[in-house]
Design a protein around this ligand. Structure first.
Ligand code: CP
Length: 329
């Protein structure tokens, strides 16, 4: 296992191995001493060309809990703002002996280029690239869904060893701009879950009919007929909407009325159903405060699970290479 670039690259066995390793990592995090010696002497570089709170902090925490040395690089305040290229930035990291590079970039495909252009020897972990992929977000979502819902079908413990076969997941909102949606559709399909995307027609990508999921333009109808076990609300990404949100929906009020998760819709979910959101949330737009803070919401838990999942990814890429040497994860 060399790189983690896209959930579309993962086989079911690899995805389950990642989730099971994350469960093992999570178990170590309830100990008094949380730090493991696994990556002592190795260097992880967090290379962020786009803003992040959750992903950056949890990758840093994960690497430190595994005893790696961590270098945090933000494009703001670096020589990137003087025009330095991705290639020259990568060559600099190579010269400094990076063993793994966690990269978030506004350009779809930048992590793939870092992994395969020959500028670096390091493993590359995609922390979100443009509207393309966010594999560790999808893995932490799947981990959270499995923990909560697989036991309902007679699975063992927190679902260790299990896939998500038979579960129904609705992914709702700004699918067009969402790397989280793309990463989740691929991973949930691989793990055997059934997925329905719900969005206004203006926020559904061209070519979605080739994705392994159904598409609906009606949230109320989907909640009533699809009966999801998990509802994943997506952030409306106004920063990626040139011309403003008005080009994609008539008004925030109308978006909320047709596609927002509020107390009324929450009350119509099955008793066991959970609500996810990758964050950051637009409270009052795609999700009401009541829904975000309800007992069904596992949004804060998703953040905590992100540390265990990223520990698992770093471990399997940097210390577990004997299991599948030379391959992308
Ligand atoms: N979910 C997610 O990627 O959040 P950040 O942008 O805060 O990292």
């Amino acid at each position: 296992m060399k790189h983690l670039l896209s959930t579309a690259d993962l086989s079911k066995d690899e995805a389950v191995l990642l989730l099971d390793t994350a469960a093992q990592m999570a178990a170590t995090q309830s100990r008094e001493i949380k730090k493991l010696p696994t990556l002592r002497g190795r260097t992880v570089v967090n290379l962020f060309f786009e803003d992040s709170t959750r992903t950056r902090i949890s990758f840093e925490t994960a690497a430190k809990r595994l005893s790696a040395d961590v270098i945090n690089f933000s494009a703001k305040g670096s020589s990137v703002s003087k025009g330095e290229s991705l290639k020259d930035t990568a060559l600099t990291l190579h010269a400094m002996g990076a063993d793994a590079v966690v990269v978030r970039h506004w350009a779809s495909g930048a992590p793939y280029q870092l992994a395969h252009a020959g500028w670096l020897d390091a493993g590359v972990l995609n922390a979100g690239d443009g509207t393309h992929q966010h594999p560790t977000q999808a893995l932490l979502d799947a981990y959270t869904i499995r923990r909560h819902l697989v036991g309902l079908r007679g699975g063992a413990g927190e679902g260790v060893g299990a896939d998500l076969a038979g579960l129904r997941v609705a992914i709702v909102g700004d699918v067009l701009h969402s790397r989280v949606a793309r990463a989740n559709v691929a991973l949930l399909h691989t793990l055997g879950a059934e997925v329905t995307l719900v969005a206004p027609p203006t926020l559904v990508p061209v070519g979605v009919e080739t994705w392994p999921c159904a598409v609906s333009y009606h949230l109320d109808e989907t909640l009533a007929e699809f009966r999801p076990d998990a509802v994943m609300m997506l952030r409306v990404q106004r920063e990626r909407m040139s011309g403003g949100a008005g080009g994609f929906f008539p008004s925030p009020l109308e978006y909320t009325r047709y596609y927002g998760l509020d107390a009324r819709r929450l009350a119509r979910l099955a008793d066991h159903a959970i609500v996810l959101h990758p964050g950051p949330m637009n409270r009052g737009l795609e999700i009401s405060a009541e829904a975000a803070d309800s007992d069904r919401a596992v949004i804060v838990e998703q953040v905590a699970n992100g540390v265990a999942v990223r520990m698992a990814a770093l471990y399997l890429l940097m210390a577990g290479e004997d299991s599948a040497e030379g391959n992308d994860l």
